[in-house]
Design a protein around this ligand. Sequence first.
Ligand code: SAH
Ligand code: DHB
Ligand code: MG
Length: 221
Amino acid sequence: MTQDQWTAVDRYITDQLVPSDAALDAALASSAANGLPAINVAPNQGKLLEVLARSIGAKRILEVGTLGGYSTIWLARALAPGGKLITLEYERKHAEVARVNIERAGLTDLVEIRLGKAIDSLPRIASEGGGAFDLVFIDADKPGNADYFAWALKLTRVGGLIIVDNVVRNGDVLDPAGNANAQGARRLFEAMAKEPRVSATAVQTVGSKGYDGFAIAVVIK
Ligand code: SAH
Ligand code: DHB
Ligand code: MG
């Protein structure tokens, strides 16, 4: 199996099930034109986020790590009527590119972009009483994952989902002495493993974005 094959199969899946879309295409084009890294979720992964959000009728979604707003658009489109999404980003430029992309997608009224370090924004959201999210998508700096998971747990209703991107990193997760991203993934697994308030698993993924994985937890109490 090779990256070329994974990419070709992702293209097949996307051609079948993830129709191209002017707003999403423009979000990726403007992200590239503005020099943002192409580390957005793949189209079929974005659609997975949409499917999961719709499956629980999500009305309040929190995203940690906006980049150019590509995953944000997928999630915001899944919101039930009257729903809202808050997305956290600390790079001013990324937030500005995302703002334009979200506006072009017609989602400005549903999405609030909060500029700042996630670790500062999360307690603020909690102290504002902004909890009871139905879904939290964690996709920012990987060393922060265990801390973001702890906040997500405080902020998510019973029955809600916490989804974390990039938990496998080419298999680096197996290396206890690995790089900071691998250590971040391992701390997340340890936190999830010992947390009685969630039922959690993770799946490895291959595709156009390489070899990585998602963790997913449902809050059970
Ligand atoms: N969810 C996006 C990709 C996010 S990439 C998508 O799939 O389309 C990760 C983003 O997290 C980057 O934009 C980066 O600037 C941001 N980020 C990294 N560390 C952060 C932090 N500590 N607080 C807030 N945002 C952070
Ligand atoms: C990378 C990929 C991601 O999905 C992400 O959120 C951050 C970084 C990467 O491939 O470097
Ligand atoms: Mg990611």
